[in-house]
Design a protein around this ligand. Sequence first.
Ligand code: SF4
Length: 356
Amino acid sequence: MRLGLTHMGSIDVAVRAMARELGVDLVIPPPTTQRTLSLGVKYSPETVCLPFKLQLGNMIEALELGADTLVMPGGPGPCRFGYYHKVHELILRELGYKFHMVTQDHGILYIVKCVTNGASTRKVITAFRFGIAKLNTLEEVERMVHKMRAVEWDKGEATRIYRESIKAIDNAADYGALRQAKQEYLHKLMSLPTITSPAPLKIGVTGEFFIVIDPFANMDIEIELGKLWVEVRRPTSAGEWVKLNPFIHALKLQEKDKAHRAAMPYLSRHVGGDGLQSVGEKVLHARDWDGIVHLEPFGCVPEIMARNIMLSTKEGCPVLNIIYDEHTGKAGVISRLEAFIDMLHRKKKRQVEICV
Ligand code: SF4
């Protein structure tokens, strides 16, 4: 079996670690590029959401490299994610690819057996824990990167160090090497020369999960905000997705989601995707964030609902909504960010003047 992976942020680092432990032959397609997007757009239904198209492009690139098995989770609920895998499979078969598609319809035991090379439960748990440890380490370094990008004197240094840290974390063969990589890169980041006055704005980045955590899909929004002296707060992470994945629910590793509860006065049920969480994050963080950048794939029903509810919550916090599809241009995104940040600076200055 040659298992093909699709990209989503840095999740490949964790999956690679698990595959090494379990002896799984993993086929990781090249990092997502314009070619990936073009392939996805060419063969997808026109109005389907951007994550679908990017994942389809990744699958084609993995199959081109010799993958013969694909794993695609689905999810219950009213958004398209529930039938993604079926449509992906139909399109790929029509294109003539021969492969085995493993989905949640096969049941948890079959999936685990398939993607773990039939390894023992003990080995699976060991591999899973090490993969999660890598994701947690990446997230810790990432949080520091978000802080340092906002204040670094030499713009771009934190991003350069972060890219190096991803390689080091990826190469770490055991917990000791992982700890060492974490300490080394946190230290490098904290040693960067900084400009700390005025204090940076704190902006939350929320929205549909895939767009939020995948830098290609969101056009490096976190880097662009850092260039504008903004500290990004992003509660969503790849690690959280792994814990919330329906496959993992069965293992009872799910954590309570505070954002879902916070959203309840405005949206009392799950609307698919991450709509409930987007609303909840605004309610939860209205006091500690200066603004929110809400990311939405074009046509994403859960985020359309969230966007409209977020406008009217009594917990006030300015929201900039950005909609992504294959026609979105980076220059347009940057212009909107600049205007939003400018507006927030003026608002903050006015508040200070009123207080004085
Ligand atoms: S949450 Fe939105 S973008 Fe994601 S799969 Fe569902 S409809 Fe598509």
